[in-house]
Design a protein around this ligand. Structure first.
Ligand code: CTP
Length: 394
């Protein structure tokens, strides 16, 4: 909950995508942030200040010159008491003003007087985004330390297709979290595995499990926010691809092993959150099997244990973290995995965390006492696991 109690100015400028600022506000408030919305005149043509105010549970600031009563915050206070300034959507116009230090309305004045980091989420027509003047302004703003979220490629409201689409609110939220995260994993190369694997019986049937991939994706995202270079090797999952991460899709346990082994030598931290199949059918039918017999036996063979394989090859001192999914004797079974697989940390959990937003984990290491955490959101669990990794690496 990096945004909890953080004061965030959310600048909204005049683009059709301004409606996405409403969802972004909701997400920021849900994370515990205090949102101070600032709208330009053009933004108010697209969405109502009332909607933004209701979602932010706060007054919307619009005017540069108005009497500031005791309950209101003046523009200098907005600029200097905030922890982060987000401009979403950010038009070519506001970026041009920010790049040149023009302060002719409330938002541009707040940007000009800001002490906090500034995160811009551009939104405009593809031609405007490609315009060399806009490009030059963006480069200048980046050099001055402004952060950027997007824009994305895709359908634009003006009817064109191209680069200029406002990033999704969830991606802007992640960028905001990244802007305020400690960078204690800078320089680390983190390999994370996630999701289930699938072992084919025939072209339409497979053996798998109920892992959603959420825990591994949350760890990958958190490591990225904390400054690491991240590779995420994932089995089939419906989760969206995280931004700024090397993303490797696999299906079978064998493909999972090949991908992990490929990235293992250059990794400094490895976290195997994937629910890898332990067995696969000995034979997979090339054609769809017909329901002829009254019963069916599928002969299975063991797959290789990817984590154990890597544990035996800790040549460059990689910090190795495994998960242990248990239905009984949680701590004893997890400790056995810690030793057998030569791990630095093992995260024990029960089936309650499968395909859930929450997880309740117990952390074991060779040196420290067993630590039981309460049931938490998976992104919170991910952060706590990474705290233990940083501590464990020393
Ligand atoms: N794992 C792996 N390769 C496998 C099986 C598991 O790398 N073929 C990893 C998982 O990603 C996890 C850890 O090993 O980090 C423990 O997985 P888990 O399913 O809890 O246990 P298993 O080792 O498979 O043992 P068992 O199923 O007997 O409990």
């Amino acid at each position: 909950m990096i945004l909890k109690n953080r004061r965030i100015v959310l600048g909204v400028t005049g683009a059709i995508s301004a409606y996405k600022a409403l969802e972004l506000t909701r997400l920021l408030v849900k994370e515990g942030a205090a949102v101070w919305p600032v709208m330009t005149k053009a933004a108010r043509e697209f969405i109502s200040p009332l909607s933004l105010s209701a979602l932010a549970c706060n007054e919307v600031y619009t005017e540069l010159f108005e009497l500031v009563g005791s309950s209101k915050i003046g523009h200098i206070e907005l600029a200097q008491k905030s922890d982060l300034i987000i401009v979403a959507p950010a038009t070519a116009n506001i970026m041009a003003k920010a790049a040149c230090g023009i302060a002719d309305d409330l938002l541009s004045t707040v940007i000009c007087a800001a002490k906090a980091p500034i995160l811009l989420a551009p939104s405009m027509n593809a031609q405007m985004w490609a315009n060399p003047v806009t490009k030059g302004n963006v480069e200048k703003l980046k050099k001055l330390g402004c952060l950027l979220a997007g824009p994305e490629k895709g359908d634009l409201a003006c009817g064109y297709e191209g680069e200029g689409r406002l990033s999704e609110p969830i991606d802007i939220l992640h960028a905001a979290q990244e802007a305020l995260s400690k960078k204690d994993l800078k320089g680390e190369k983190v390999l994370v595995s996630a999701g289930p694997t699938r072992e084919a019986i025939d072209p339409v049937r497979f053996v798998s499990n109920g892992s959603s991939g959420r825990m591994g994706y949350a760890i990958a995202q958190s490591a990225k926010k904390r400054g690491a270079e991240v590779v995420l090797v994932t089995g089939p999952s419906y989760l969206p691809q995280p931004r700024g991460i090397t993303f490797v899709k696999v299906t079978t346990a064998e493909e999972m092993k090949d991908a992990c082994v490929r990235y293992y030598p250059q990794s400094t931290i490895v976290i195997m959150a994937a629910a890898v199949s332990d067995y696969r059918p000995v034979k997979s039918s090339p054609t769809k099997m017909k329901k002829e017999a009254t019963s069916l036996t599928v002969e299975m063979e063991r797959t290789e244990d990817v984590l154990q394989y890597m544990g035996r090859k800790k040549k460059k001192g990689q910090f190795l973290v495994g998960f242990a999914l248990e239905t009984d004797h949680l701590v004893e079974n997890a400790r056995k995995k810690l030793i057998d697989k030569n791990l630095d940390l093992v995260i024990a959990n029960t089936t309650g965390g499968l395909d859930s937003e929450l997880n309740e984990v117990t952390i074991l290491s060779p040196k420290t006492a067993v630590e039981k955490l309460p049931s938490l959101r998976k992104d919170e669990v991910a952060d706590l696991i990474l705290d233990r990794v940083v501590k464990g690496k020393g």
